[in-house]
Design a protein around this ligand. Sequence first.
Ligand code: ADP
Ligand code: MG
Length: 242
Amino acid sequence: MSTIDILGLHKSFGKLPVLQGIDLAVEPGEVVCVIGPSGSGKSTLLRCVNLLETPTSGTIHVGGVEVTDPDCDIDAVRRRIGMVFQQFNLFGHLTVRENVTIAQRRVLKRSRAEANRIATLNLERVGLAEKAGAYPAQLSGGQQQRVAIARALAMDPQLMLFDEPTSALDPELVGEVLAVMRGLAAEGMTMLVVTHEMAFAREVASRVVFMDGGVVVEQGPPAEVFGNPREERTKTFLHRVL
Ligand code: ADP
Ligand code: MG
């Protein structure tokens, strides 16, 4: 069973067609990197997976559950999906530890001790165990994004969605976040990653998906998409960004 299975996905905002027939599957343990120009629908695609956007038509299954079925318990599905955005959205009035425990306690009903134990494990995973008592404003952007990743991991997701997780960071802080993501990939985490970091996609992705104009123009192993793109639109895009 695929972790994500998207079939015939269309999404319009009013009259503006943004996704125009996307078919895409993500298998367990795969790292799928989505690349493409600004406005091509990458974020909308990601947001449809956990129904932050409602598809206009088409079906999406996550872990075998059809999220596009009106009777779907979307909260139950979202609990199994970690999402990391460009903006980290940490609670500024809570410490790092509290940021990583709050959803564990409220959503998963874990005890304080259990939530703290899991927070520590996941802060260690992102290299920030010593920052548990700090407030977000005391951290760099790269550290804040790593806390956001730890917060998502603490919910034991079966799937992680990343939407340009390093785009808001100063260049010298990008590497530490990508290193954490590389580690997750190596552990076998299933990941769907929208990114402008072509070197990361080339190195870490099991598959690269190039989107333009709301469709998947081409996809394949990174060596093929980067080294020998078949479509003109892919070539043009790669010439611009590489
Ligand atoms: P990308 O992430 O590839 O840059 P997006 O998915 O964010 O692209 O956006 C694709 C298109 O959809 C853009 O033209 C954008 O302006 C439009 N769009 C995205 N979200 C909304 C929205 N909530 N309402 C109206 N238009 C939107
Ligand atoms: Mg986007």
